[in-house]
Write a protein that binds this ligand. Structure first.
Ligand code: 5GP
Length: 201
């Protein structure tokens, strides 16, 4: 059996993570891979087109804080004034089943998961030019000017903080970005630490 992989995909808001991850899920399914995309919990408002339990589990602050106290989250962060966190139980189940587990979370959350699981792999997804982020966020039309400005400020900080990530993936075309992410999975599976057993002859 191929070893499971914990892959954290972070990147600034507007980098196209959602689109890339959706295409990646399709490609992995075509390859017959067992994949689980972690669904985060958030207190932010639901954007048009989002579905509760699919895009996120939408909740309120007291419920989020309760889950946090009960240690029901693998990691969490406060972003743009709202909570985001990764529910522990489904992710742990997917690890145990040896699946490829994808996390679409920010750098802060990525670090927390890596502290817990030293075998987690981190990839930072960026657009070819920083200026494209503003264009994409404005094009999305879901945020006020103020929120967009704040997201861009956060993005600057994320670029500076991404140096400890394992990989940088440039989202020039979606297919190229997905190819790079699939190559990362393939390479990570060949790591000595994951294949040591094969050397015991
Ligand atoms: P958005 O509001 O655009 O959906 O997400 C804002 C940021 O929160 C993105 O960078 C996204 O990757 C991050 N995010 C989403 N879910 C989680 C989570 O469960 N934990 C953490 N730490 N960040 C998350």
């Amino acid at each position: 059996m191929k070893p499971g992989i914990k892959l954290i995909i972070s990147g600034p808001s507007g980098a196209g993570k959602g689109t890339v991850i959706n295409r990646m899920l399709k490609r992995l399914a075509e390859l017959g891979e067992e994949v689980y995309l972690s669904i985060s919990m958030t207190t932010r408002y639901m954007r048009e087109g989002e579905v509760d339990g699919v895009s996120y589990y939408f909740t309120d602050k007291p419920s989020f804080e309760r889950l946090l106290e009960e240690k029901g989250l693998l990691e969490h962060n406060c972003y743009n004034g709202e909570y985001y966190g990764t529910p522990a139980a489904p992710a742990e189940e997917a690890f145990a089943a040896g699946k490829i587990v994808l996390f679409d979370i920010d750098i802060n959350g990525g670090r927390q998961i890596r502290e817990r699981y030293s075998d987690a792999v981190t990839a930072f997804l960026i657009p070819p030019e920083f200026s494209l982020l503003e264009e994409r966020l404005k094009g999305r039309g879901t945020e006020t000017e103020d929120k967009i400005r704040h997201r861009l400020e956060i993005a600057r900080g994320e670029y500076a903080a991404a140096a400890d990530y394992d990989y940088v993936v440039v989202n020039d075309t979606i297919d190229d970005a997905v190819d790079e992410l699939l190559s990362i999975i393939a390479a990570e599976r060949c790591r000595m630490s994951r294949r040591e057993k094969l050397l015991r002859i």
